[in-house]
Design a protein around this ligand. Structure first.
Ligand SMILES: *Cc1c(COP(=O)(O)O)cnc(C)c1O
Length: 303
């Protein structure tokens, strides 16, 4: 079986801000699934890799930016489950800690211009005809209907019902999968996506392409902090405080915005007395390696 035999734990979050609010906030620690095949990237890859294996493929070819959580997950999962891996990386050749980890896991990196990157199927076709191995195309971020099946399994692992479940949204695939899982079990849970991209309203349309019924989904589009990978002092100081108060790491691109949004909605009394809220920690903590200087400003020399 091509999988990890591991259910991520659910932890109750205790923060001073919850005092006086009768709302119970829990975190599904998908960041603990694996340090590199982390969180939703494993959930999304699971059935894609099973399909790749089923078609007899032995070489995964995928796409991403230079700090992509999907690239490192694919590199590590490929190594772990016996596939070789290659990736087209958007933009000029660079080196950074995430790409170094990808290479350590044996991934071949090919840097392509932003223009060439737009034609993913053309890049894949050229690559695959030049290679004797049986290659398998995995879209950027693991975007695929099969990815929603793995994300739906988050719901199967829960041992109590929740009134609200929150996750961060890039492509919306994870949220679509969670919605699928909730529908399958006929739960009344409301699903909330926090868009990390600017003007994330378009995500409703993208999610509707993956699942037929989106009626249990609400998108929150005012927590993007200026857009993808953008942040400001408010977000960064929230993250610092949160990490120090909980012992749980979050980062500025996805989970920082997610937890900021949940805490803000709580402060604005969005929830009802007694509500149980589950926040999905989708991992991606290697992103901190690219932002450590913003997150923790330089230490000034002692006089
Ligand atoms: C990729 C990623 C997301 C976004 O997932 P989508 O399925 O594209 O919406 C959320 N959180 C983390 C940590 C990620 O790496």
């Amino acid at each position: 079986m091509l999988a990890f035999d591991f259910h991520s734990p659910v932890e109750k979050l205790q923060l001073p801000a919850f005092e006086g609010k009768n709302v119970h906030v829990y975190v599904k620690r998908d960041d603990m699934i694996h340090p590199f095949i982390s969180g939703n990237k494993w959930r999304k890859l699971k059935y894609i890799l099973q399909h790749a294996r089923g078609t007899g493929s032995n070489h995964l070819v995928t796409f991403g930016g230079a700090w992509s959580n999907h690239l490192i997950a694919t590199a590590c999962a490929g190594a772990r489950f016996g596939f070789s891996t290659s990736a087209f990386v958007r933009g000029e050749a660079v080196s950074n800690p995430v790409l170094s980890l990808c290479r350590l896991f044996g991934m071949e990196l090919m840097f392509v211009s932003r223009d060439a990157y737009k034609s993913k199927t053309a890049l894949y076709h050229t690559f695959s005809t030049a290679h004797a191995e049986k290659t398998y195309f995995i879209d950027e971020g693991g975007r695929d209907e099969k990815a929603t099946w793995g994300c739906a399994e988050v719901i199967d692992e829960l041992d109590q019902p929740y009134d609200h479940i929150f996750c961060a949204c890039g492509t919306g695939t994870t949220l679509a999968g969670l919605s699928l899982g909730v529908q399958k079990k006929q739960l009344a849970t409301k699903l909330h996506g926090i868009s990390v991209l600017k003007n994330g309203g378009f995500l409703y349309g993208d999610i509707a392409k993956l699942i037929s019924d989106t009626s249990n989904i609400t998108l929150h589009t005012d927590y993007d902090f200026g857009g993808y990978a953008k942040s400001d002092d408010v977000l960064l100081s929230f993250i610092r405080k949160f990490c120090a108060q909980t012992g749980m790491l979050i980062e500025p691109v996805y989970t920082g915005k997610l937890f900021y949004a949940v805490m803000d909605l709580l402060a604005k009394n969005h929830f009802r007395e007694g509500d149980k809220v589950l926040v999905i920690h989708t991992g991606g903590l290697t992103g901190i390696l690219g932002m450590h200087d913003q997150l923790t400003p330089p230490i000034t020399p002692q006089p």
